[in-house]
Design a protein around this ligand. Structure first.
Ligand SMILES: Cc1ncc(COP(=O)(O)O)c(C=O)c1O
Length: 380
């Protein structure tokens, strides 16, 4: 039996591991020179825009919303098909998340529906680039500008992706990235917030750490409470070691995605993702299982074949928290259907081409009708 193949795995090289050792021996392990160096490198990647690092891509979203002026009484429009952090942050700033359905082709927010959902209370939009496939930035920013709305891009999964050749993060309003272990580059945990201009930097830094503003040798002032959201130098050193590998990682991910399309058995009836080798960073390779297939049984059968499968994500408006706020089954049929059937198959830079073949073969075996009947999920 070959080794278990997880759906993702970070790729940390020996130079980065050695660099982390140096940081640990240096006497300075929390926020310091490595964080500043990581921020400078990220800013260069984002075309010189100001960037500040945080300890998660959730903290970046929350602070982005605060900096965008979102608070009590405001509505924030977003997609139900994302990690629940995307909407939870709206609640954290006392705003109301307003969901709209996704486009079943891209699985990202449907921008026509988004525009229809704008009310006088709408203050901001949080678009999500699911699996690293970018939301149409031309259309999104045109609507936001015309309707005078702020945008906090949840680009947690889109580091390395681009829109018409411009890296995500190098343009737009606020852009939030995550460097969680599963992301295309990682700092174990961490995030970065790209800011629209320098004027918001002082408040951004204050909201990152207890609201504290320092001045001179000993000055300290606090005007509003902030979080405890700073990134450690240990984590920043991992990120610094990852960043130069981004291009290689992205190219490898695209090549693996291409192989999935070449090897996939289309008679199985799964819905494949958009076949994009230009803009997407292929953060995940996700298919939607046919409606008659029971997902839990599929995941268990794949595990028996030595293959890890993830679920990203069930439609979040159906979580109890959001049902309590009035959201109901049937409101977003595309997100609900995709959320019930979506699975994430293995895709990470160190995977071999033969691993893709192995996954495709296992899927074929598991989804073969006889196999499904044995699992009791196909009506006879
Ligand atoms: C779409 C999306 N938004 C937000 C987040 C939150 O990022 P973090 O886990 O770094 O807080 C994630 C991470 O999983 C994500 O995938």
């Amino acid at each position: 039996m070959p080794d278990f193949l997880p759906f993702t795995r970070p790729d940390i090289d020996e130079a980065t591991i050695a660099g982390v050792g140096e940081v640990l021996r240096s006497g300075w392990i929390t926020s310091g020179p490595q964080v500043r160096a990581f921020e400078a490198a990220l800013s260069r990647y984002c075309g010189g825009r100001p960037v500040r690092c945080f300890n998660s891509g959730t903290a970046t979203l929350e602070v982005g919303l605060r900096l965008a002026g979102v608070g009590e009484g405001h509505e924030v429009i977003t997609t139900p098909l994302s990690w629940v952090a995307t909407a939870n942050v709206a609640l954290e700033v006392r705003a109301r998340p307003v969901f709209v359905d996704v486009d079943p082709h891209t699985r990202n927010i449907d921008l026509n529906e988004m525009e229809k959902a704008i009310t006088p209370a709408t203050r901001a939009i949080i678009p999500v680039d699911l699996a690293g496939l970018p939301v149409d930035r031309d259309r999104l920013n045109e609507i936001a500008n015309r309707r005078k709305l702020r945008v906090v891009e949840d680009a947690a999964q889109a580091f390395g992706a681009n829109w018409r050749g411009r890296p995500i993060g190098s343009f737009g309003d606020f852009v939030s990235f995550s460097f969680h272990a599963n992301k295309n580059i990682t700092s174990a945990e961490g995030g970065a917030l790209v800011l629209p201009d320098e004027s918001v930097v002082p408040r951004c830094e204050a909201l990152r750490l207890q609201g504290v503003a320092r001045s001179g040798e000993d000055g300290m002032e606090v005007e509003e409470p902030g979080g405890k959201f700073n990134l450690t130098d240990v984590a920043a050193r991992i990120g610094l070691g990852q960043l130069p590998q981004l291009e290689r990682f992205t190219q490898r991910r695209r090549a693996l995605a291409r192989r999935y399309f070449e090897r996939w058995d289309r008679s199985l009836g799964c819905e494949l993702p958009v076949e994009d080798y230009e803009q997407s960073n292929w953060h995940m390779f996700q298919v939607v299982l046919p409606a008659h297939v029971e997902r839990a049984g599929f995941i268990a059968a794949m595990r028996e074949q030595g293959i890890g499968v993830g679920v990203h994500y069930p439609a979040m408006h159906l979580f109890k928290l959001y049902r309590r706020l009035g959201w109901r089954e049937g409101q977003f049929p595309h997100a609900e259907r995709i959320g019930r059937g979506i699975v994430t198959l293995p895709l990470f830079p160190r995977m071999a081409d033969a691993d893709v073949d192995r996954v495709c073969e296992a899927v074929r075996k598991v989804l073969a009708p006889a196999q499904m009947r044995k699992m009791g999920s196909v009506p006879n």
